[in-house]
Design a protein around this ligand. Sequence first.
Ligand code: PLP
Length: 410
Amino acid sequence: MENFTTRSLNIPFPKKDPHHALAMPIYETVAFEFDTAEDIAANFRGELPAHTYSRTSNPTVEYFETKVKVLTGAHQVLALSSGMSAISATLLAICKQGDNIISGKNLFGHTLALFEQSFSAYGLETRFADTTDPEVIESLIDKNTRAIFFETVTNPQLEIADISQFAEIANKHGILLIADSTITPPSVFNSKSLGVHVEVMSTTKFISGGATAVGGLIIDNGTYDWSKNPNCQAFSEKFDKDAFIARLRKNYYRNLGMPMTSHTANYMIAGLDILELRVERCYENCLKLGEYLQQNPKVKRVDYPGLKDSTYYDLAVSQFGGVPGTIMTFDLESQEECFRFMNHLKIIRRATNLNDNKSLIIHPYSTIYAEFPESERLKMGIRPGMMRLSVGIEGAEDLIEDIGQALGED
Ligand SMILES: *Cc1c(COP(=O)(O)O)cnc(C)c1O
């Protein structure tokens, strides 16, 4: 069985359902009972694995984790309340006060805020670098560096880093390589095969599909020696390859209260089963829209790394099978032209989310990046004439017609 969808549909439940349910039931329960006092004592000693309380684990959530684990070939998977909790829990589990991480400088806005504002207050430093320049990244590493963090495709710049170069640097220095793969879902990207140790992801985007629920994932590929991280050494002695997930579950997931709920897991399970189909449709739409926009004289510039003339096309092919997510940007003459265009759209929605089934458009310069001075915005590649389009699963001909009429062609 090679096909992603066939595999996804045929992953057994961790325990057989007493009623032979075909879909995983939603276990809407907080607590789980034990037959005997001896059993519950054994569970608390860590000798009898079982669900006890849904802030720690839950059968529906466990099934979602199991599916992701089987589909990605990962060692361990943890589902959390959001993409942000996946990122924050990962870094809390590997760092302490005085440590630092190296991060790509173009980041999802709240990740940037987490690093610059939340973590810095606890003495965790982030050193930012251009992900297209591995030499600079290596030069920033010192004895307190615990990880290199990057996004597989930056948004809205749509830059792609050479992951194998990062893996080489991380392995040479014995530090963890963490990828935020939200933009490139597991049907097109396998982080393990490219040398990433830990993958974090917002399942709010592609996996939930219809923008139905907020969620996140931490995927431990089982390829990092946890004894190399001083903060994980004690756990490494006790749990060996499970050190990271054990520390995560005990000290952060449970204690900070970051679990995914069973209802959310149910949406994610359903989304995962049709993920490959949705990604393919969005990708085909991207190519058709790209071709249409590139030949339109009112459009000044089109960026999508899946297009053959993109600087990142070769990396898109080698790392993501040619499907570098399904977000594109295109430029009109000015901000005024963008606003006029966006206000005339009838099918494409004006919204800030990504990878909904619906196509979504936003003008990053006046929204997500509005608080930055103009010179900063330009340095970050945020142009007044640029719009970001998250391409959905509508018919390509309808999207093209909508864009055409909004550009004033009818
Ligand atoms: C949306 C997003 C996040 C945050 O995910 P939430 O589920 O909204 O917490 C993190 N990284 C990237 C790249 C994202 O697009």
